[in-house]
Design a protein. Structure first.
Length: 86
C-alpha cells in the first residue's frame, strides 16, 4: 500500500527514518500528527524499508522518535503563539 502523500517532516539517523504526517478530519477540520518509523536496508541491488528493528537499532529509533516528538510540540507551540499575536 503506497501512500502518494509526502510526510510533513522527516528525521533521518543513518538507516532509521521517522516520518511525521499531518492528518485532517474532513468532518471537524481538526488536525493532528502521526509518525511512522522505518529502517532502510539493501536486498541485493534494491533499497527497501522495514518496520522491524534489530537490537542495535533501538537506541537510534528512540532518538528519532524523541526528535519527532520535539518537532511536533514545536509546531503546536508556534501555532499557539500565532493565535496569541492575532
Amino acid at each position: 500500500m503506497a501512500n502518494k502523500n509526502k510526510p510533513t517532516h522527516q528525521i533521518r539517523l543513518g538507516a532509521i527514518r521517522a516520518a511525521v504526517w499531518l492528518n485532517r478530519s474532513e468532518k471537524t477540520g481538526e488536525s493532528w500528527f502521526t509518525v511512522t518509523v522505518t529502517r532502510s536496508y539493501r536486498d541485493k541491488e534494491q533499497l527497501k524499508d522495514t518496520t522491524t528493528f534489530r537490537r542495535d537499532d533501538l537506541p537510534v529509533v528512540s532518538k528519532a522518535v524523541e526528535l519527532a516528538y520535539t518537532w511536533i510540540w514545536q509546531q503546536y507551540a508556534a501555532k499557539a503563539d500565532s493565535k496569541e499575536s492575532c
